[in-house]
Write a protein that binds this ligand. Structure first.
Ligand code: PBG
Length: 316
């Protein structure tokens, strides 16, 4: 049954579709030209104009959704730009809503690390620890600002306890009861985020994220519990992140829940393939497709990938 290409195609158990792909995009305030991210060849920090163009291309290719990250010109301790109606993410979301809001799904990543001067995902206590409960109010305000600007799905990525409940209540209270929450439920403290921290200019200025993101060596039960808590708080879909190094976690979550499960093929996964391919060490197209198939086979209904537009075109 594997002798010819049509035979293999007929019996393939795992298929990819452009609508299941979500493209992460970066928009930066105050730049005149798009800015290449050196550790992610092919990925740009966009201007508002180039962002519109990239979104348009993704929609044309049939990509299912976009997730937007913003880099503000000014950062402070409380991440004020995160919920400023004139903040870069809010104005860019409004641009995208006008440009492609009917063609694909506009997802807003809700967190503070791109907006805080210390680079942590939450507010800090006097002793420099992340203050979980105080941060929830900031997430709630950011989510409402994003929804007002045109976000169609809110995706909290900060791994604070209670973040889904806080955001759900705030959205409901502001007339956005219909906006779904895609929760980054099982998000690991990962070395694979390195290039993203260049792209989003959000590396922690001291310490690390080990106290709020999951330990790679921690028990899988902990991820399942995070998922169960997020669903109890009102999450409509859940996410595992990174993807390739956590396929076992992905599979167990897929078997546990009946909501859509997303997997985030993160910046380091992208960078490793691009770097090896640039050296001629691997077959780029083949490895990209193989990694996406693996993520799909492990149970992902949705895949966030920086290759979304390219792959959607290839699948067409
Ligand atoms: C936090 C956030 C991160 C990523 C997405 N959202 C970085 C982090 O937790 O340090 C990483 C995505 C990637 O590496 O591609 N707002």
């Amino acid at each position: 049954m594997r002798r010819t290409a049509p035979l293999r195609r007929m019996v393939a158990g795992t298929r990819l579709h452009p609508a299941e792909l979500i493209l992460p995009l970066f928009v930066k305030e105050g730049i005149a030209e798009p800015n290449p991210v050196s550790s992610m060849p092919g990925v740009l920090q966009h201007t508002r104009d180039s962002l519109r163009k990239a979104a348009h291309e993704a929609a044309e290719a049939g990509v299912g959704g976009l997730i937007l990250f913003g880099i503000p010109a000014h950062k402070d301790a409380r991440g004020s730009a995160a919920d400023d109606p004139d903040g870069i993410v809010q104005v860019a979301l409004a641009d995208l809503a006008a440009e492609v809001g009917d063609a694909l799904v506009l997802i807003a990543d809700t967190c503070l690390d791109e907006y805080t001067d210390h680079g942590h995902c939450g507010l800090l206590t006097a002793s420099g620890e992340v203050d979980n409960d105080a941060t929830l109010e900031r997430y709630a305000a950011a989510a409402v600002a994003q929804a007002r600007a045109g976000a169609q799905v809110i995706a909290p990525s900060g791994m604070m306890d209670g973040q889904v409940a806080a955001i759900r209540a705030a959205l409901d209270g502001d007339g956005f009861a219909e906006i779904p929450i895609l929760a980054y439920s099982a998000k690991f403290a990962s070395g694979y985020y390195g290039p993203f921290r260049e792209a989003a200019e959000c590396a922690p200025q001291f310490g690390d994220r080990n106290a709020y993101q999951q330990d790679p060596a921690g028990p899988i039960r902990e991820s399942l519990r995070e998922v169960e808590l997020d669903l109890a708080e009102g999450a409509d879909a859940v996410m595992v992140k990174p993807a390739l190094a956590y396929l076992d976690v992905l599979r167990q979550i897929r078997d546990l829940v009946d909501v859509p499960v997303a997997a985030y093929q993160v910046s380091g996964e992208y960078a490793m393939v691009e770097a090896a391919a640039a050296n001629g060490w691997i077959d780029r197209e083949r490895v990209i497709m193989e990694s996406l198939i693996a993520i799909r086979r492990a149970g992902a209904d949705l895949i966030l990938t920086y290759w979304a537009t390219e792959i959607a075109r290839r699948l067409a």
